[in-house]
Design a protein around this ligand. Structure first.
Ligand code: HEM
Ligand code: HEM
Length: 202
């Protein structure tokens, strides 16, 4: 039985009699998710704007970011509840539910982790970062592939970040307004505010 089935808020006799929903803080993002997020973000920004293309620091930062993403992906298999892929993998059904849920701006226990559209963006960001690390390594080591082609792919992947990262940030800000929940602060503190009774905010 899914959690949704067990939580019938309308019939909950223990629900507060007052119409004012009670808000409480719930821990959503564990320390590994938060630390990897902000260090990966800092590393990507450093390599896009500050390090010398292909320089020593560029490589150190690039490999560090790659390592952090690998650790985060492993955590997606064995980590805490909301860090796991199983909790946010964007299946077509989840995307459909998310889109219909958006219209009622619901904030409750069911909507604490990454929403499936955000998850699509995150999977793309992780894939691009892994691609950058691999093409960077291959063009430097000369182990495999044509160096010029690898450089082209590396540049293309890096350029895609100039689009994906701003989109990701705009989406995080827009969803914060929409859900009346500061998602950026949540990525710092790890906590989200949940209302004991689902709040339908038109
Ligand atoms: C993971 C994050 C990384 C990002 C965001 C990134 C970003 C970039 C960018 C924006 C450029 C300039 C592309 C251009 O306009 O020509 C570049 C070039 C380069 N990167 Fe990276 N990079 C990353 C990782 C790596 C790694 C891990 C290596 C190698 C170990 C590497 C090696 C190089 C080299 C050699 C160039 C110069 C290529 C050329 O001569 O055209 N990068 N990178
Ligand atoms: C280069 C920069 C960035 C990259 C590559 C990036 C990537 C990611 C990834 C991969 C996740 C999923 C986290 C996880 O489950 O481990 C994520 C989540 C998130 N990021 Fe970023 N991020 C970047 C910058 C930022 C910035 C600057 C902000 C804030 C303005 C931000 C706000 C968020 C928020 C709020 C979430 C959680 C969204 C939710 O509640 O579902 N990110 N980001």
């Amino acid at each position: 039985m899914s959690q949704k089935d067990t939580m019938n808020w309308d019939d909950d006799s223990s629900a507060p009699l007052s119409n004012t929903p009670k808000a409480r803080q719930v821990k959503v993002w564990d320390i590994l998710v938060r630390v990897t997020h902000w260090t990966v973000a800092a590393g990507i920004i450093a390599n896009l704007f500050f390090t010398e293309d292909g320089g020593e620091w560029h490589e150190y930062v690039g490999y560090t970011v790659l390592g952090l993403v690998v650790v985060r992906l492993l955590w997606g298999l064995v980590g805490t509840r909301y860090a796991r892929f199983t909790s946010f993998f964007p299946t077509p059904t989840r995307i459909k539910h998310h889109v219909s849920d958006l219209s009622v701006r619901r904030v409750d226990e069911q909507h604490l982790g990454h929403n499936p559209l955000a998850a699509l963006m995150m999977l793309s960001l992780w894939a691009v970062i892994i691609g950058l690390g691999l093409t960077g390594y291959l063009m430097e080591s000369g182990l495999f592939g044509d160096k010029e082609v690898l450089e082209e792919i590396h540049e293309l992947l890096a350029n895609s970040l100039y689009l994906l990262v701003p989109l990701h940030i705009i989406a995080a800000i827009a969803m914060s307004y929409w859900q009346r929940q500061n998602l950026i602060k949540s990525m710092i503190t790890g906590k989200k505010t949940v209302t004991d009774k689902p709040t339908t905010m038109k």
